[in-house]
Structures are given as C-alpha cells and as structure tokens.
Design a protein around this ligand. Structure first.
Ligand SMILES: CCCCC[C@H]1O[C@@H](O)C[C@@H]1SC[C@H](NC(=O)CC[C@H](N)C(=O)O)C(=O)NCC(=O)O
Length: 221
C-alpha cells in the first residue's frame, strides 16, 4: 500500500497535527514541501485542491484537503477515535479546542513583532485560563490515563502537541497543572510518539522568518 503523501510548506501551520496523528499511529508518510509559486499553481491546475488550499494529503488514492476532515478520517482509519458516537463527540470537542489554540499560534507568526508578542501573550493566557484547566479537570474527574474512554485517542495526541507548543512560548505553563504534567510524561513515552519527539523525525520546528516568507511568496498574501 502506497504511503500517504503530504503537500505543505516545510513548517507546522495546519499540517503539523496531521503529521502528529500519522506518526502516533505508526504510519510512515512522505512529504512534498511547497517552496515556489509554481508548485502551488501546478496543484491548482491539476485540480487537486478543493478550495485552492493546502494542506493536501494523498491517501487511499484520494486527494484530501480541509485539515479537520483529514484528521477525522485518519483518527477513524487508525482506530484513534473512541469506541462509540459519544466518545467520538468528546474527542471532536477536545480536538476542536486544541486546534483553535494551535491555529492562533500558527497565525501569530505572520504578524508584525509588536502584534505577534501581544498574540503570544494572549495565547499563553488562554492556555492557562481557558484550555488547560479544562483538560486538568477531565483528567481529575475521570481519574484515567487518557482523556476519553480510558484509551489512547486523537484527543491525547493533539493535547500533547498543544502542550509542547505552548511551553515553547512559556516554559512554566504547566506549573499549576500537576495532572497535565503527568499526562505529558505518559503520552510522550508512548513508543511511536517518543520516536517522533527524537531529533531527525518529520516533526517541524517553530515558525521563523524564512517560513513566513516562503508562505507569503507561494500564496501571495
Ligand atoms: C494569517 C494567515 C496565516 C496562515 C497562513 C497559512 O499558514 C498556516 O499557518 C495557515 C495557512 S495554510 C495555507 C492556507 N490554507 C488554509 O487556510 C486551509 C484552511 C482549511 N480550512 C484547512 O483547515 O485546511 C492556504 O492554502 N491559503 C491559500 C488561499 O486561501 O488562497
């Protein structure tokens, strides 16, 4: 079976959660990095971008776009989506939350320095007062190792991704969340995730000026 192929910039953006999910599921994938406008225009001309947007994931012979749809498809395909409708609903609610937080971080990279710093401060505040308290309470109320159904799911993978990303903005962010600290250690030690966290994996670094410049050039915005 052909490996999934991911078409995106050589950065996190809206593709990083897809990389995390595939890696956590132990699925090897290939990547084509968009560096030039011509590459993007070829994808458009070939009719592979439903709404003219990336991420694009080619899997099971289909060109998939829309990152949340892709993530849902992959979570279901690799049995990381709970055991029934109600567990899937909780996983959708939690992952929509962590995705909202991570998109704020991705978009902040494109702002001028002062606005960017203000955005990062707001993101850290939201993580500390809105998002992480919710997950700390879920872990406390259920007293289980995982967020949903006492089983590893997409929700756990994405929460770990979000924790690590916010720690890059504020290292002590988990100081008031002991259960999240234990969760972070537990999920990081899952073999497929541990491997993805090693240097040399397909995990991408934080956005930098070069990444922003490439995206602006390719997408002309
Ligand atoms: C201010 C904007 C910052 C984000 C810019 C890009 O870098 C990433 O951080 C997010 C986007 S990714 C690139 C962008 N794709 C999307 O916005 C996809 C949105 C879709 N709902 C998804 O979830 O996949 C793109 O292709 N745009 C072309 C254009 O619409 O004509």
């Amino acid at each position: 079976e052909a490996k999934p192929k991911l078409y995106y910039f050589q950065g996190r953006g809206r593709m990083e959660s897809i990389r995390w999910l595939l890696a956590a599921a132990g699925v090897e994938f290939e990547e084509e990095f968009l560096e030039t406008r011509e590459q993007y225009e070829k994808l458009l001309k070939d009719g592979r971008l439903l709404f003219d947007q990336v991420p694009l994931v080619e899997i099971d012979g289909m060109p998939l776009t829309q990152s949340r749809a892709i993530l849902s498809y992959l979570a279901a395909k690799y049995n990381l989506y709970g055991k029934d409708l109600k567990e899937r609903l909780r996983i959708d609610m939690y992952t929509d939350g962590t995705l909202d937080l991570m998109i704020m971080i991705a978009q902040a990279a494109f702002k001028p320095p002062k606005e960017k710093e203000e955005s990062y401060a707001l993101i850290v505040k939201r993580a500390k007062t809105r998002y992480f308290p919710v997950f700390e309470k879920i872990l406390k109320d259920h007293g289980e190792d995982f967020l949903v159904g006492n089983r590893f799911s997409w929700a756990d993978i994405q929460l770990l991704e979000a924790i690590l990303m916010v720690e890059e903005l504020s290292a002590p962010i988990l100081s008031d969340f002991p259960l999240l600290q234990a969760f972070k250690a537990r999920i990081s030690n899952i073999p497929t995730i541990q491997k993805f966290l090693q240097p040399g994996s397909q995990r991408k670094p934080p956005p930098d000026g070069h990444y922003v410049e490439v995206v602006r050039n390719v997408l002309k915005f």
